[in-house]
Ligand binder design. Structure first.
Ligand SMILES: Nc1ncnc2c1ncn2[C@@H]1O[C@H](COP(=O)(O)OP(=O)(O)O)[C@@H](O)[C@H]1O
Ligand SMILES: [Mg+2]
Length: 196
């Protein structure tokens, strides 16, 4: 029996506000592979990342996105996330009123269908925060509110680590980081990152 590719993008066309931005992208990702997409500003990297997660800001006008052999092109972002596709945003949004730990608790429950106790989740988060060199006080701060650029990027990696996606798309997770933060983030996620 042949195993389908983990992720397959075929002739993908994507528009925003009526402008065609992606004009036929093909990419096949096998389990364990890491792909780096490079291109100048405005070449469509973030558009591709958003379209792969089903952002309502972008319209797929042609082509197919398959995850483990299944056509997910028409799936909503929540179903893609629950299935194990993850996006670390280039510009993570702040959500005032929602703490980092509560956000992760809800997301993990949706993703894995398990309700970790507050204590279990806190322990898991603390362990990862230690690896990412984050102050434990971040667990109780509102998501990304007042975070510096580098703190937001670390928090994206924290989310990835806790949610254990099958495919992680990291949109310029390295940009805006100083050299120490870059080392911490790279090591924190090291060993199991599949990124586009
Ligand atoms: N919502 C949108 N409406 C109109 N144009 C957009 C929208 N989002 C992105 N674009 C345009 O698409 C192009 C690609 O942008 P982007 O995907 O952010 O590039 P990159 O991430 O490679 O720097 C840019 O020219 C940008 O202005
Ligand atoms: Mg971008």
């Amino acid at each position: 029996m042949t195993v389908p590719p983990l992720f397959e993008i075929e002739d993908l066309h994507v528009s925003a506000d009526g402008n065609e931005i992606l004009k036929g992208v093909d990419l096949t990702i096998l389990p364990g592979e890491t792909h780096a997409l490079m291109g100048p500003n405005g070449s469509g990297k973030s558009t591709l990342a958003s379209a792969l997660l089903g952002s309502p800001d972008y319209e797929v006008t042609g082509g197919t996105i398959r995850f483990k052999g299944e056509d997910i092109t028409s799936w909503g972002p929540d179903d893609r996330g629950k299935a194990g596709v993850f996006l670390a945003f280039q510009y993570p949004q702040a959500i005032p009123g929602v703490s980092v730990i509560n956000f992760l608790r809800q997301a993990l429950s949706a993703r894995k269908g398990i309700d970790l106790s507050v204590l279990e989740l806190r322990l898991a988060i603390m362990e990862w925060m230690g690896r990412l060199d984050m102050d434990p006080a971040f667990a109780d701060r509102y998501l990304n509110e007042g975070f510096s650029g580098g703190e937001k990027k670390r928090n994206e990696i924290l989310q990835m680590a806790i949610l254990e996606p099958e495919v992680a798309i990291l949109d310029e997770t390295d940009s805006g980081l100083d050299i120490d933060a870059l080392r911490v983030v790279a090591q924190g996620g090291g060993g199991w990152l599949d990124f586009v």
